[in-house]
Design a protein around this ligand. Structure first.
Ligand code: F0G
Length: 458
């Protein structure tokens, strides 16, 4: 008999989970104003809000924590991180930051000005927030296939070269500080970008003399999909593929809370010394001195080890096979979701799941609340609450897709948890016809409203 797949790790530290009743959860979510971010984590049984900073570090990472160098300037831990970034990603210059959005803040302070245009593939919400905060505009050039959850395209995260070229033709190059390549494309469903697409976009960028910036939160999962799905890449190691991807980058920002499997941390990588030097000033102002940037020495050490572990095939295979396992269970129950499954999450197609809830009543949020009450499973809305208002017209934006993301933390839950999650969704799916109304907004912040929005049942 063929031996079945099994995880490439064993567990040596555990954390208890608390169960609760449906009645308790119905009250807790009401008290939280129907915003899943407002829940106490103790009131959540399985937490799929995010894969960011929620992973389990390895024994190697914990031991690296113990030998962190906490010197203010020139710490050994800084050099460990510098060497890992050079070896794995090929950048000569870098600045540590406390997380991904901080890296965006520092880099964009140098590069993005009022009136600028930043094309890319489905800019992440903080990325878009930092662009719009500077009165610049993000233009999404993701391929059309990404917006139909039923299409089985291997690289749904790709940038459409025609859409991108139209933007590059329309605006003068002085107005376009860089093009953003988000690997994987989180908002479109954790979907990868192919090496072929990276090469094509890079050639286009060179032709118009515009730099390429990689938003690299899930770069290693992207490399895994390239190895598995792209022709001619099966025999390359993940580390080789990563090197090839980053040959095309001028800059990168990374939230290391994802693929470097740390609880906090991020950085900016620079190929050009001049921009690095300008960014140093902003790093010192916003983050901390250039050799720690808001991180403890122990955090930088864990991050350096995480970059190495996160780009190992066995780890990535275990990780992504678990997401696929959940996808297979949900498929058996007929639950509609973005296919193929992404690297870090299942993105449930809420419009298809709850066809009777009007879009003005926040379909994906409604689904998120239902699933929480049903089983204590917390997902996150990637829909019209997150899409926010148009900064100019202040009208609500309704994206093509209303998604509920079930984000799987790295090395945290077992496949029994995956079975439980799938059963929770099945129970809600079975009574979907009775769910006909959603929510209205009572209060919201002027930017990135999803974190603090308060809702009322309709
Ligand atoms: N870019 C991408 C693609 C991301 O997914 C995130 C964070 C960031 C940048 C910002 O990084 O959180 O470290 O400041 N994504 C998390 C998520 C929050 O849940 O998807 P950060």
């Amino acid at each position: 008999m063929d031996l079945p797949f099994a995880e490439s790790f064993k567990i040596k530290m555990v954390e208890p989970l608390r169960r609760s009743t449906k009645e308790e959860r119905a009250q807790w979510i009401k008290d939280a104003k129907f915003n899943l971010f407002n829940l106490k984590s103790d009131h959540v049984f399985i937490d799929l809000l995010t894969d960011s900073g929620t992973g389990a570090m390895s024994d190697r990472q914990w031991s690296a924590m113990m030998v962190g160098d906490e010197s203010y300037a020139g710490a050994r831990s800084y050099y460990n991180m510098k060497n890992a970034i050079k070896d794995i990603l090929g950048f000569d210059h870098f600045l540590p930051t406390h997380q991904g959005r901080a890296a965006e803040n520092v880099l964009f302070s140098v590069m993005v000005k009022e009136g600028d245009i930043v094309p890319g593939n489905s800019h992440f919400d903080t990325t878009k927030g930092h662009i719009e905060f500077r009165k610049a505009k993000a233009i999404d050039c993701t391929i059309d296939e990404a917006f139909d959850t039923t299409i089985n395209h291997p690289f749904k995260g790709n940038i459409c070269p025609e859409k991108l070229e139209a933007v590059l033709k329309q605006y003068p190059k002085e107005k376009i500080p860089f093009i953003i390549v988000t690997v994987t494309n989180n908002t479109a469903g954790g979907q990868p970008v192919s090496l072929e697409n990276i090469r094509e976009i890079s050639a286009l960028a060179k032709r118009y003399d515009i730099p390429l910036m990689f938003d690299s939160a899930r770069f290693a999962e992207n490399a895994y999909f390239i190895k598995i799905r792209e022709e001619g890449c099966a025999d390359k190691s993940i580390k080789q593929i990563v090197k090839e991807m980053y040959e095309h980058a001028d800059f990168m920002t990374m939230s290391s809370k994802k693929d470097a499997i740390v609880n906090i941390g991020g950085f900016i990588g620079f190929k050009h010394e001049e921009i690095y030097k300008q960014a140093c000033t902003f790093n010192i102002m916003f983050e901390g001195y250039v050799t720690y940037g808001g991180l403890a020495g122990r955090d930088m050490n864990a991050l350096a080890v995480g970059l190495d572990e996160g780009t190992e095939f066995d780890y990535l295979e275990t990780r992504i096979k678990q997401v696929e396992y959940l996808g297979a269970r949900l498929k058996e129950y007929g639950v509609p979701f973005q296919t193929p499954v992404g690297g870090h999450a299942i993105f449930v197609d809420a419009k298809k799941f709850l066809p009777n809830v009007p879009k003005e009543e926040y379909i994906a949020q409604t689904l998120g609340v239902e699933i929480y009450v049903e089983g204590g499973v917390r997902g996150v809305e990637i829909g019209s609450i997150l899409a926010d208002r148009d900064p100019e017209t202040r009208e609500n934006r309704y994206p093509d897709l209303e998604l509920l993301r079930l984000t799987i933390p790295r090395r945290v839950y077992t496949n029994n948890h995956m079975d439980y999650i799938a059963a929770t969704l099945k129970n809600v799916f079975d009574r979907r016809d009775q769910i006909t109304s959603g929510f209205k907004i009572v209060t919201e912040a002027p930017i990135m409203r999803h974190f603090t929005v308060e809702l009322e049942k309709i």
